[in-house]
Design a protein around this ligand. Structure first.
Ligand SMILES: Nc1ncnc2c1ncn2[C@@H]1O[C@H](COP(=O)(O)OP(=O)(O)OP(=O)(O)O)[C@@H](O)[C@H]1O
Ligand SMILES: [Mg+2]
Length: 311
């Protein structure tokens, strides 16, 4: 192991319970992310996604295992790893603008005040936060606006690794679409690596090169790694025409509905080679023996044409 940009090896998180026992939220979590790759992590609430992201950020410690970024073990936070938290985490005493300029100044201490301001305003513009709202403090902003400040802040600092914890959860559909496209643009221009948690299956297929599927805890694992071979740039209106779209979507939905719970509550074996690799060919057929899901596709009927599946 070791050549990938990000390598997660044997990660586990355990908590002591009030009864003196140990709660294992997840264990045997192994996966890799290549430089410039866009990876989404999907799993049910409480399985440990945010905990994994916080460990990647260096803000939480795993009970076992290691995270290696760029050949170095993560042992604390770094400006090379930018985070959008699930609860936004803005500095409450600073305005939206100052939340961004503060981070930009930390990243580029050599920049002039005018440069910092210009750069910060450009990123606030990108997320549609101007017209006076930038001078308000977080408590005076809506949840969606706070989320946009948090996104502007992380885009503006251009970290090597973007860690996004449900970054669009509080946004209306229109704003979400606009900012998803901004994210794809920023990512396309900067060669950043993105690790993003989402509950939205369609969002994950639209954005990701690969989707990691996490099973339910206790003893959760990253069970599958599903490639999204749909070519880029992806057009929102046309992506559903791709013959792979619905087979992939059904696979993800079936995992969440059926397979995610298969091993919950029991210690699982560590899978050599990491999560099960799932691939679909150009016609939407699963490729190779590893790709044939258990149970077969037809068992779980979803109205895939109409429903937007959000777990
Ligand atoms: N201090 C703690 N003591 C005991 N259990 C904890 C503690 N902190 C977190 N947990 C448990 O760890 C699990 C994982 O939490 P985490 O926030 O990572 O989940 P998540 O997958 O991000 O969920 P969501 O989708 O709801 O955001 C949860 O079941 C939570 O109850
Ligand atoms: Mg979470």
């Amino acid at each position: 192991m070791g050549q990938s940009f990000l390598s997660v090896e044997g990660l586990a998180k355990r908590f002591p319970t009030p009864g003196g026992e140990t709660l294992t939220v997840f264990e045997n979590v192994d996966f890799k992310v290549e430089k410039g790759e866009f990876v989404c992590l999907i799993g049910h609430s409480g399985c440990g996604k945010s905990t994994i992201l916080n460990v990647l950020a260096g803000l939480d410690e795993a009970s076992e295992g290691a995270v290696i970024v760029n050949d170095k073990e993560v042992s604390g936070p770094s400006l090379d790893r930018g985070v959008v938290f699930q609860n936004y985490s803005l500095l409450p005493w600073l305005s939206a603008l100052k939340n961004v300029t503060f981070a930009v100044r930390a990243r580029h201490p050599e920049w002039s005040k005018a440069q910092v301001l210009e750069h910060s305003y450009r990123h606030l513009d990108m997320v549609g936060l101007r017209g006076g709202a930038e001078h308000r403090r977080p408590a005076q902003l809506s949840g969606g606006m706070r989320q946009r400040v948090s996104i502007a802040r992380v885009f503006a600092t251009q970290p090597m690794l973007l860690l996004l914890d449900e970054p669009f959860g509080a946004l209306d559909a229109l704003t979400r679409g606009v900012i998803q496209d901004e994210l794809l643009k920023v990512w396309g221009e900067t060669q950043q690596t993105v690790f993003m948690i989402t509950h939205d299956v369609d969002e994950a297929i639209y954005l990701a090169d690969r989707i990691l599927l996490m099973s339910n805890g206790p003893y959760a694992q990253v069970a599958e790694s599903v490639e999204i071979p749909i070519p880029r740039p992806r057009a929102r209106a046309e992506i559903v025409e791709d013959p792979r779209y619905y087979p992939i979507r059904n696979h993800l939905v079936q995992f969440l509905a059926l397979r995610a719970n298969a091993h919950a509550g029991q210690p699982g074996a560590r899978r050599p080679g990491g999560p099960l690799a799932v691939r679909f060919d150009d016609f939407g057929q699963p490729v190779g023996e590893e790709a044939s899901p258990e149970p077969p596709h037809t068992l779980y009927a979803v109205d895939t044409q109409k429903e937007r599946i959000v777990i």
